[in-house]
Ligand binder design. Structure first.
Ligand SMILES: Cc1ncc(COP(=O)(O)O)c(C=O)c1O
Length: 490
């Protein structure tokens, strides 16, 4: 978020002040909104003031827009609070934190099937965006060194990816001067097209991106097919183009739900992978990871050896200081859940997602674009031409507290506007049933408002999603919940 300095005028005194509503009765005077106050205040007054103001935010538990974790064990909360004062860059001072990061990188490289005979390397980052910038830089430098070694020009690098990439890829291309080559989507294809991608690859291509899965629909891109097609192209032309897999969300889903799907270091062209620890890695924001298959995939020139903190350490990152607590929390999840624990959680989320998709489809006026079969994400559009839009539906649901985003697809499918529900821990079976009932009520409300019938299927008593555990209590909606299904939303 880029914040702007607000112009302050003498006439507009109101805009200058923050007037506490009730924030503790002792705090009766206004304070400056955009200028640092001259005087201190008591800590509990400051706490209450901020606490009250933040209640204007949406409820994270009902935020179905985000992939990012909104719930953790209380033991993880405790560890994070205990380590909030540690800077992860202070390697010599906090060697055990470094050890935990090392263990996480080891666990991830093995989760992604890095060959044991190769020397995988990796690092924690602030999120997948930083991880992607680092991976992109490594691809660019590797390509440049290879071009220079062959005596070829190295001034026009390009990167091939689907138009559905997350904005961090556009940033990478612009910030680091790489030509982005976007494979357009189509009305019936919302991920990269393999043939279309191959047609864009040339001797200046630093890499091809495969996404696991797409931010727009949750669908996995065909990384195996990209690998095979690139193999053919490179053997014909004598190139060596790597694949980077943006597994921001899928990196903690596919290994547990689709273990036989080869998308990772099992594929020879996959040289680097990023994953967001703060998405399905189940850690609060901000931690991400980037892993290279072998240290030769990460040019040495990008690594800085830093020795002024005591000792000498290798560093590759866009940031220097960063909190240690998310790394500690990631390690907590790894040992607390283990592979079976992650599998159980992902299985429960997938069941909720596929149940939601079936129920939403049964409501009638929707066409499903994502049913939670890859990522536990449900994506749908309005079928036909009803007199309201997905944006109206999103706004109406917001009045009940649900945050279900509506947006247009990427080029060339931007005429299609969709709603997306990201199923995360915290969306219990009961809440999912409530959501379906509120979507039905929202449709009925919009229908009544526009006085145009849209054929909303009659309410039927729905069973809640599957019976498997997860870590939250799950179960069938109670009679009370069923009775609420017809409740008006507005
Ligand atoms: C596919 C994909 N890549 C990258 C990102 C950026 O991740 P982060 O928010 O961890 O920086 C996202 C975020 O949603 C994503 O969905």
């Amino acid at each position: 978020m880029l914040s702007k300095k607000v112009a302050i005028t003498d006439e507009d005194q109101e805009a200058r002040r923050l007037i506490p509503t009730y924030a503790r009765r002792g705090l009766s005077h206004p304070i400056c909104r955009y200028e640092m106050p001259d005087e201190p205040m008591e800590p509990d007054d400051a706490y209450q003031l901020i606490h009250d103001e933040l209640s204007l935010d949406g409820n994270p538990e009902l935020n179905l827009a985000t992939f990012v974790t909104t719930w953790m064990d209380s033991e993880a909360d405790r560890l994070m609070t205990e380590t909030a004062n540690k800077n992860a860059i202070d390697w010599d001072e906090y060697p055990q934190t470094v050890e935990l990061q090392d263990r996480c990188v080891n666990m991830l490289s093995r989760l992604y099937n890095a060959p044991e005979h190769q020397q995988s390397v990796g690092t924690a980052t602030v999120g997948s965006s930083e991880a992607i910038h680092l991976a992109g830089l490594a691809m660019k430098w590797r390509w440049r060194k290879s071009q220079e070694a062959k005596g070829l020009p190295a001034d026009r690098p390009n990167l091939v990816m689907g138009a559905n990439v997350q904005v961090c890829w556009e940033k990478f291309a612009r910030y680091f001067d790489v030509e982005p080559r976007y494979v357009p989507l189509a009305d019936d294809r919302f991920v990269i097209g393999v043939n279309e991608a191959m047609a864009m690859v040339d001797e200046n291509t630093i890499g091809v991106v495969g996404i696991l899965g797409s931010t727009y629909t949750g669908e996995y891109e065909p990384v195996g097919e990209l690998n095979a097609a690139l193999d053919r192209l490179c053997s014909e032309r004598g190139w060596d183009v790597p694949i980077h897999v943006d597994a921001a969300s899928g990196g903690f889903v596919a290994p547990f739900l689709q273990p036989d799907l080869a998308w990772d270091f099992r594929l020879s062209r996959v040289r680097s992978i990023n994953v967001s620890g703060h998405k399905y890695g189940l850690v609060y924001p901000g931690v991400g990871w980037v892993i290279w298959r072998d240290q030769s995939d990460l040019p040495q020139e990008l690594i800085f050896t830093v020795d002024y903190l005591g000792g000498s350490h290798d560093n590759f990152g866009l940031n220097f200081s960063r909190g240690a607590s998310q790394i500690v929390a990631q390690y907590y999840n790894f040992i607390r859940l283990g592979r079976q624990g992650y599998r159980d959680v992902m299985q429960a989320l997938a069941e909720t997602a596929s149940w939601l998709a079936a129920e939403i489809e049964a409501l009638g006026p929707f066409e499903m674009l994502g049913r939670g079969t890859d990522l536990p994400v449900v994506c749908f559009r309005l079928a036909g031409s009803p007199p309201f839009t997905v944006f109206d539906l999103s706004d109406t649901l917001r009045q009940r507290g649900w945050i279900v985003p509506a947006y247009a697809m990427a080029p060339d499918a931007e005429d299609i506007a969709v709603l997306r529900i990201v199923v995360r821990e915290g969306l219990s079976a009961d809440m999912a049933a409530e959501l379906v009932s509120d979507i039905r009520a929202a449709l009925e409300h919009l229908e009544a408002k526009t006085a145009t019938p849209v054929s909303v299927a009659a309410a039927k008593p729905a069973g809640a999603p599957g019976g498997r555990g997860g870590r939250r209590a799950r179960g069938r909606p109670s009679e009370t919940n069923k009775a609420k299904k017809t409740r008006a939303i507005c």
